[in-house]
Ligand binder design. Structure first.
Ligand SMILES: Nc1ncnc2c1ncn2[C@@H]1O[C@H](COP(=O)(O)OP(=O)(O)OP(=O)(O)O)[C@@H](O)[C@H]1O
Ligand SMILES: [Mg+2]
Length: 359
């Protein structure tokens, strides 16, 4: 045996294997990973900037992700820095990449988003070995692409170009359809009913997806609607005449400010102190009803034997739970995280299976 080979093998064997559920959403990238005591949930808005020059100041992890790619499987990233989340938005307010602009970009930029989110998590290790279950809206279109973009070894510095180097080993255990993780989460939170199908609607940023699962969790129906997700609701609010009157610029209001004010429940637009609660309620109904009707129509043949639920971040929008409840649809707890938390459970199970198989 060549000198050093033995120690190298040993290092690979002892590296901690981290099971991660990765949901590269159009609006938010969500990672769930195991900690020694709990499941850690990390989330960034799905925004990205590639930088060629050093940053002019230091930023703290809560501002967003920042990493520099020294070397690794992805030749196209070598020698570049990357900003993700709010940091990307601050750095290039209008010219950052938004993953919501095109579904292809979610796969294309998945590694950058993964490393960006990981950079915020105080990882101080020399080596990180991450094992991913990733979801996609279209396995046919994106499964291979996601594996190609994510699998490999990546030597990066988190937080700055000159910081300590970390070797990140990434391995995609499996690419699964978007609802698979949410189903597992629904099951673990007692939202599935014995002997009944589960009919669900995922209210995402770009997509609305009606799905039906059999009593043992097999996917019977899955088809995103033609109509867009929450991004359409926010867009309609931004163009409401009340905003046009307020701003007097002839342009729509800022979608990010509207989304933040909806998410925090204040409905206060930016510094204008304009409360748009009534505008929101009006648009919520006209956005939701046709999407709900279409979802119920396409899944009609399974409904008598189905328990009806909703998940995705849109299920947590203010007043959604009441509107859905009045139509017999229950919102699963922590809807925004449902898919990601379920994916993490699948990743843990896959790793355990591999470990047992080696024994
Ligand atoms: N806790 C919350 N309260 C209110 N709204 C929320 C909450 N969490 C997320 N949202 C909203 O839900 C919407 C959808 O978020 P989600 O994270 O499900 O989208 P995504 O997974 O990125 O998109 P897609 O599934 O289309 O790729 C967003 O507009 C977001 O603002
Ligand atoms: Mg989603």
């Amino acid at each position: 045996m060549v000198a050093g080979q033995n120690t190298q093998v040993k290092a690979v064997k002892t590296r901690q294997q981290i099971a991660i559920g990765a949901d590269f959403g159009a609006g938010t990238t969500k990672l769930a990973l195991e900690d020694s005591v709990s499941i850690r949930k990390l989330k960034h808005s799905s925004k990205l900037v590639t930088i060629d020059e050093p940053l002019k100041d230091e930023f703290s992890p809560k501002d967003g992700g920042h990493f520099y790619y020294h070397e690794g499987t992805r030749d196209d990233l070598v020698g570049k820095g990357f900003l993700t989340g709010e940091l990307a938005q601050w750095m290039r307010p209008t010219s950052h990449t938004r993953l919501s602009d095109d579904p292809v970009m979610k796969a294309e930029n998945s590694l950058q988003m993964l490393l960006g989110v990981l950079s915020t998590s105080c990882f101080n290790e020399e080596d990180l070995s991450v094992n991913l279950i990733v979801s996609t809206h279209s396995k046919e279109l994106f499964s291979n692409d996601l594996k190609d973009k994510l699998d490999g070894k990546h030597v990066v510095s988190f937080g700055s170009k000159d910081g300590k180097r970390t070797s990140v080993y990434t391995r995609v255990l499996s690419v699964v359809p978007e609802g698979a993780g949410s189903y597992i989460h629904a099951q673990s939170t007692g939202m599935t009913k014995d002997g009944m199908n589960l009919m669900s609607v995922d209210f995402g940023t770009s997509t609305i997806i009606p799905q039906v699962f059999s009593p043992n969790g097999k996917l019977l129906y899955y088809q995103p609607l033609e109509a867009g997700g929450c991004i359409d609701l926010i867009g309609a609010i931004a163009k409401d005449p009340s905003f046009l009157q307020l701003l007097r610029s002839g342009r729509a209001a800022n979608a990010d400010l509207i989304r933040e004010a909806i998410e925090d429940g204040t409905f206060e637009y930016g510094r204008q102190k304009f409360n748009f609660s009534d505008v929101y309620r009006k648009h919520l109904t006209s956005w939701l009803i046709p999407r709900l009707q279409k979802s119920l129509q396409v899944t009609n043949e399974w409904q008598d034997s189905s328990h009806l639920v909703a998940w995705g971040g849109g299920s947590q929008l203010p007043y959604m739970a009441q509107l859905l409840k009045s139509r017999g649809i229950q919102v699963v707890p922590n809807g925004c995280w449902a898919n990601c938390l379920g994916l993490q459970k699948i990743a843990v199970a896959c790793l355990a299976r591999e470990k047992n198989a080696k024994r």
